[in-house]
Design a protein around this ligand. Structure first.
Ligand code: COA
Length: 672
């Protein structure tokens, strides 16, 4: 089987392109930052030496229990002000950790070369020192030295389409609507639930979340509603209409590609009741029965440069401009989707995940979206439900926290008929479609119809055990699942690959994420041993234990702002700001290999039975999300069909087998 070699070659090829194109420093960094977020880290061996046994006590709580406590406005402000600033890690520490994370990923010659480059970079008074000082200066002057660079380089400068490439989706349990009324009743309750959540945002009474006893930055929650990404021909921006002189009071509803303003507050500022919202939705439904409308929303799915140009063309017309502004300003969007083709039960949720990620193509629901909108809830006639969100303003956990609130609200809210106050007909947004706009729509349809069959999605419920069991055997559920992923990948390719797991940096003011590098020397030793007949189970278990410890150590480092990827990104960005040439360590083969994340993963836990989905970060990679519940685990795996070497269904099967085999290993070895 030649797959691992081919995969590796692909990384090497990318390296070459990068190095050759690097004369222009800014250009080179831009090329490279497509598969952001930059580099590597090391394992804390001293921690491993203290690894407790499986039968022993629980590990010292490195992590991080989000605990919600209610806070009032003053407390919430004080809490936000009091959050620590994101630190700039020591340069030598990052460089050493970088070298140790390279060990399982590059050849010994490549590693030796990188060591030489690092030594030169660290030379006293050299380029490393200068960039580090620049970063430290920036950290003193700003609330968060990373947040603007992060937003710009990872999101707003990215020219890839937002669906599939950057916008995650959430799949909710299937609803069994008996009729259209059922669909609209559900949508009405959902809208009321989001407005109930908004009340906490507006009153600033949102519970402050805690991780490992430390309060978290709540800023992302304030960016999710009433905001929208605006395309530009070279880079995008994000606007937020939540505050200011006229904060948004309407949502946008889209049905059969037709957009409507739905005012969700009555004239005295009180939110509409579920019943009132339902009646308004019915009016929208009845005013949008024609199915032959231009899918104007599909424009937002295009490559950002193309959409940026088409956008300027679209808003040249005054009516179009007003309609677009109304969508951008709305609190959120609700997509009432047409039913998708029926599929068998075992792939139903995979199909829903695809529908949430891209809408299913121009014939189906891809035009029933405004992908720039931060938050879009999707309710399909066939009972498929979920959402997609534009990633720039927020990470997954605040979105899922909102979902939990909405689901709880919906469960406790009865649908009550109350005496009706007559409400105005929701206004349909008009668009004048010129021949040029029509051409742009056709182009967007074509691109979407290439993107849709290219995405391979597999969503499944691993029902054999969940968090409860893993905790009962005194292990970290997250680290166990990550090691199962390492094993599944190794069984598929007989090699390991750079792996990214998102870790929260919200312990710091305006913190977003850091990368946990799940592939370590320890994880490689474990996966190599697992299927080796010559090894005893006790040895395999000891190796698994060490791999889990290494993962936990890295996680601890990441959430405390001491991992390496964001620091290396910062050093690169500092070089660009200083208009100096990019240091050699960033032009190195090892760097390109290590930042080509074939496995891009994230745990997004929730109380609701749901799963988040993300697209792969690189063309020959996988996107993996999981939600460990008490007794089962929801998982979503994506890959691109255009890559011969990847296969989401196969990796999903191997992941399931890996979880089961690891459980057997633990149980057989520990059996008295
Ligand atoms: N024995 C018993 N229990 C253990 C244990 C052990 N050895 N190790 C951990 N546990 C427990 C924990 O205490 C925790 O308990 P709780 O459910 O009562 O809170 C539970 O197991 C889960 O812990 P674990 O699986 O180790 O990790 P985590 O839930 O703390 O999550 C991250 C780890 C990295 C996912 C989390 O810190 C994080 O950063 N999440 C944010 C991810 C993110 O931002 N994604 C963005 C996507 S866009």
């Amino acid at each position: 089987m030649v797959l691992p070699e081919r995969g590796r070659r692909c990384s090497r090829l990318l390296t070459k392109t990068f190095v050759l194109g690097a004369q222009n420093v800014k250009g080179a960094v831009k090329n490279h930052s497509i598969n952001e977020p930059g580099v590597i880290a090391g394992i804390m061996l001293s921690v491993l030496a203290r690894a407790p046994s499986w039968a022993g006590m629980a590990l010292p709580s490195l992590l991080l229990r989000p605990v919600a406590v209610v806070s009032v406005i003053e407390r919430s402000m004080t809490h936000q002000e009091a959050l620590p600033k994101l630190p700039v890690p020591p340069l030598k520490q990052t460089c050493e950790r970088y070298l140790s994370t390279l060990e399982p990923l590059v050849t010994s010659e490549e590693l030796a070369h990188t060591r030489t480059l690092i030594a030169e970079f660290l030379r006293s008074g050299g380029v490393g020192d200068r960039l580090q000082k620049g970063l430290e200066r920036r950290a003193r002057k700003t609330e968060n030295w990373l947040s603007d660079w992060w937003m710009q380089s990872v999101y707003l400068d990215s020219r890839m389409p937002v669906p599939v490439y950057t916008s995650p989706a959430v799949v909710l349990p299937q609803m069994h609507f008996q009729d259209q009324q059922g669909q609209m009743r559900f949508a009405a309750k959902l809208i009321a639930g989001v407005l109930d959540f908004k009340r906490m945002i507006d009153n600033k009474t949102l519970p402050v979340e805690y991780l490992g006893g430390k309060p978290l930055c709540m800023n992302q929650y304030y960016q999710v509603l009433s905001s929208c990404r605006i395309p530009g021909p070279k880079k995008d921006t994000v606007v937020n209409y939540a505050t200011g002189t006229s904060p948004s009071t309407h949502i946008t509803v889209v049905h059969n590609f037709q957009f409507f303003i739905l005012d969700v507050y009555s004239s005295n500022g009180i939110p509409l009741t579920v019943d009132q919202i339902y009646v308004q939705l019915e009016k929208i439904w009845n005013s949008s029965l024609q199915t032959n409308k231009e899918p104007i929303g599909i424009l937002t799915s295009n490559h950002r440069n193309t959409w940026g140009k088409a956008y300027n063309n679209l808003i040249r017309d005054k009516t179009n401009k007003e309609s677009v502004r109304t969508i951008q300003k709305s609190i959120f969007l609700v997509c009432l989707d047409a039913p998708m083709p029926r599929v068998s039960d075992d792939i139903f949720y995979s199909k829903v995940a695809a529908q949430m990620l891209h809408g299913g193509g121009s014939r189906w629901n891809s035009g029933n979206r405004w992908f720039d909108k931060t938050l879009q809830f999707i309710v399909g006639e066939d009972g498929s439900c979920g959402l997609t969100y534009e990633h720039a303003p927020s990470e997954g956990p605040p979105i899922v926290f909102l979902v939990d609130h909405v689901v709880k609200y919906m469960n406790k809210t009865e649908f009550r008929r109350a005496p009706m106050v007559p409400l105005p007909l929701p206004q349909k947004l008009r668009f004048n479609i010129t021949p040029e706009i029509k051409k742009d729509i056709e182009k967007a349809k074509q691109n979407m119809n290439i993107m849709v069959p290219d995405l391979d999605v597999r969503v499944f419920n691993f029902s054999h055990f969940g968090k409860k069991y893993l905790k009962s055997i005194k292990t970290s559920p997250d680290a166990f699942i990550q090691m199962a992923l390492q094993l599944a990948y190794y069984r598929m390719y007989q090699t390991c690959c750079p792996t990214y797991e998102s870790a929260s940096l919200r312990m710091f003011k305006l913190g977003r994420t850091e990368a946990i590098r799940s592939t370590s020397t320890e994880s490689l030793r474990f996966v190599q041993a697992m299927d080796d007949q010559s090894k005893q189970d006790t040895e395999k278990l000891a190796l698994l234990e060490q791999a889990i410890q290494a993962h936990r150590a890295y996680t601890h480092m990441a959430i405390h702002g001491q991992a390496i990827d964001r620091h290396l990104l910062g050093l690169r960005m500092q070089a660009i700001e200083d208009l100096t040439s990019l240091p050699e360590i960033f032009m190195d083969t090892s760097y390109a290999v290590a930042t080509h994340f074939n496995l891009f993963s994230s745990q997004v836990g929730s109380k609701t039975d749901c799963v988040m989905c993300i697209g792969p970060m690189v063309p020959d990679g996988y996107g993996i999300c999981y939600n460990p519940m008490a007794n089962h685990i929801h998982l979503a795996v994506t890959a691109f069909n255009s890559c011969e070497e990847t296969n989401a269904t196969r990796l999903a099967k191997l992941l399931k087998a890996a979880l089961l085999d690891m459980k057997s290993l633990v149980e057989q070895t520990l059996r008295p």
